[in-house]
Design a protein around this ligand. Structure first.
Ligand code: 9MR
Length: 601
């Protein structure tokens, strides 16, 4: 079916809350305010007003008028905004949330599962079913040669690392990225439980999601998260193993300058966690998981991956305590071992490249240390973890915790400290909360700097910008939870509105949602665009989004220099820097969708 033409008058294509904030955006060169009118399905005028002129907007490259019609409090279908000869598409003003987006966003994780068949009964179309991939996924270490000729000699064991989620359009499995994704899903549950939110708990309860474990008495969102947790646990180096690893300072992997300086050193590696498992070389597009027979290799363990496992296994130990005590014990033991190992080896960085899987190299692990210590302290209350926390620049406030991403996790730690009761004493907890509120206030301030009124205003849009925006919405959501201040909730709505269509491309970046949804993600199985024998994507999958920073794929190269940040995007399977899908991007989408439903007026 042909796609509808884009409109210059955009809003959330999935509709707006009848009793919530309502903003639409008009791109129009006229400099004076313009009259707008809102009509209902019968064409009767419901409200009128004048646009607010924002003016020239660097992010979109447009001249912007904002239309705020939040005062309209009605519900129904077929509303339309009109300004002169420009009109929006008809849209709904919704009476109550329907839970569709949250369910679809969570279903992504099931469909990314490795090592198990994807069952037709659990997916929206039969062609999305597929046989198990990488079953089993047993791997030994690569012998790595880096460009300077240094060789990582590998390891003398192999690990069964079956299961877990494929990261993205590729079939690598990465601990640093799996960790933050698990944290986000488990946090959505923990928030609902600790803040006693029946609607949010019901949305993820046993039987409410399409997962094979439904009916086992455990909330389905936790079943899904555990599927990845079991894989993360399997990536831990067994006790008693020694390995040679590159120790030292990274000065420049991941595109940031010259070669790193390190010395291969033999260490006692027990408890550390392998960075990733992936193919020895990149597979072509499309390649269904079950058809990928390329040799799988483990990357050496890193400090970041170890702290990552420590953080999420500690979080799991807390959350599963009343659900499955044996699993909680196993997680806590693994978390303690990973944390201790990372403290013994604080500078094993991912700095030797091998092709076939993503780098996720992170030269800065102080935030991972803070996050892991925060989760372990929240779970155990032990003084040793509090001491590590207290020594952290993120705890003193000397350093801001920053935006959440796979490589920046301090805010995740702060959110846990602020959420979990009875650990920090009152003053310390107040300080952690106050800093999170200041972070949220900065996000709100960014709204005023952007024509499309979203809590995000970087000069250049990064890889995965849609998730950067939704991760900010998590902080804003918690800020609303703690204060009840409607400004924070409006900013979450703004973030969701942008991702679902209120943007200069008039694009819903989520498959299956809205009039002009993304259709052609960079994915090795949902590769319909490349080969009709493969399925189109399921609903609820988030595109990485506009990327004006790393324009390295063949589609982006063509666009480079010719697009404003929010328009550096194409609905093209080849466009891996702009239109890939990943677990760490869908996780904040799920969190935000659940949260919006939970707090809907
Ligand atoms: O999301 C990652 C982004 O922050 C990095 O800039 C980029 C380049 O290193 O890699 C992205 O992660 C990709 C990973 O390496 C492999 N699987 C797909 C991920 C999303 O494109």
């Amino acid at each position: 079916r042909a796609e509808e033409a884009p409109s210059v008058l955009t809003l959330n294509q999935t509709g707006l809350e009848g009793a919530g904030p309502k903003v639409a955006i008009l791109a129009d060169a006229v400099s004076a305010p313009l009259d707008w009118r809102l009509t209902d399905a019968r064409g009767l005028v419901v409200a009128t007003g004048r646009t607010r002129v924002f003016g020239d907007d660097a992010a979109s490259g447009q001249h912007i008028h904002q239309i705020d019609f939040s005062d309209v409090r009605q519900v129904g279908q077929g509303y339309r905004l009109t300004v002169g000869d420009k009109a929006s598409r008809p849209f709904d003003l919704k009476a109550a949330p329907d839970g569709r987006l949250a369910r679809a966003a969570l279903s992504f994780f099931y469909q990314q599962r490795s090592g198990v068949p994807i069952e037709a009964a659990l997916v929206e179309r039969p062609d999305l079913a597929r046989p198990a991939g990488h079953h089993p996924d047993r791997a030994t270490c690569f012998n790595l040669a880096d460009p300077r000729g240094q060789v990582w000699p590998g390891c003398d064991y192999s690990l069964d690392v079956s299961g877990g989620w494929y990261d993205a359009g590729d079939q690598g499995k990465y601990v640093v990225n799996g960790g933050i994704s698990v944290w986000t899903l488990v946090n959505a549950y923990e928030r609902a439980r600790l803040l006693k939110r029946p609607r949010a708990l019901a949305a993820v309860a046993d039987g409410d999601l399409a997962v094979p474990e439904r009916g086992n008495g455990v909330p389905d969102i936790l079943d899904e998260a555990r599927f990845e947790l079991e894989f993360l646990l399997a990536m831990q180096v067994p006790e008693g193993k020694s390995l040679e690893v590159p120790l030292g300072v990274q000065s420049g992997r991941d595109g940031k300058g010259g070669p790193g300086h390190y010395v291969l050193t033999r260490i006692d590696a027990g408890g550390l966690v392998h960075q990733r498992v992936g193919d020895a070389h990149w597979t072509g597009l499309p390649t269904a998981p079950a058809d990928d027979h390329v040799t799988r290799y483990l990357y050496y363990p890193t400090t970041a991956a170890s702290l990552n496992l420590a953080a999420v296994a500690a979080q799991a130990a807390r959350v599963w305590r009343d659900i499955d005590g044996a699993f909680a014990d196993r997680c806590l033991a693994a978390a303690r071992r990973a944390f201790a190992a990372a403290q013994r080896h604080p500078d094993i960085l991912a700095q030797v490249e091998f092709t076939g899987s993503g780098g996720y190299g992170d030269p800065h692990v102080a935030d991972e240390l803070y996050w892991a210590a925060a989760e372990l302290y929240a779970t155990t209350g032990e003084a040793a973890y509090l001491a590590v926390l207290r020594a952290s620049p993120y705890f003193s406030g000397e350093q801001g915790t920053g935006d959440i991403s796979w490589g920046s996790v301090a805010t995740a730690g702060a959110l846990t400290l602020a959420l979990v009761p009875d650990r920090l004493d009152g003053a310390d907890r107040d300080r952690v909360r106050a800093r999170l509120l200041a972070l949220a206030d900065g996000y709100v301030a960014d709204e005023g700097k952007t024509g499309y009124h979203l809590p995000y205003a970087p000069a250049s849009y990064p890889w995965g910008s849609n998730a950067a925006i939704l991760n900010r919405a998590i902080v804003l959501g918690m800020a609303y939870d703690w204060t009840g201040n409607a400004v924070y909730r409006s900013a979450v709505v703004d973030a969701a509105d942008y991702v679902l269509g209120r943007n200069p491309l008039d694009r819903s970046f989520v498959t299956g949602f809205g009039a002009r949804p993304m259709r052609n993600p960079h994915h090795r199985f949902w590769a319909r665009q490349a080969d009709a024998r493969y399925p189109a994507p399921p609903s609820g999958v988030l595109s990485g989004g506009p990327n004006s920073s790393a324009m390295t794929d063949m589609v982006a190269k063509e666009m480079k220099g010719g697009c404003a940040p929010q328009t550096c995007w194409a609905d093209d399977l080849r466009a891996y820097t702009m239109n890939e899908v990943t677990i760490n991007w869908n996780a904040p989408l799920a969190w935000v969708a659940l949260w919006l439903d939970d707090t809907a007026p």
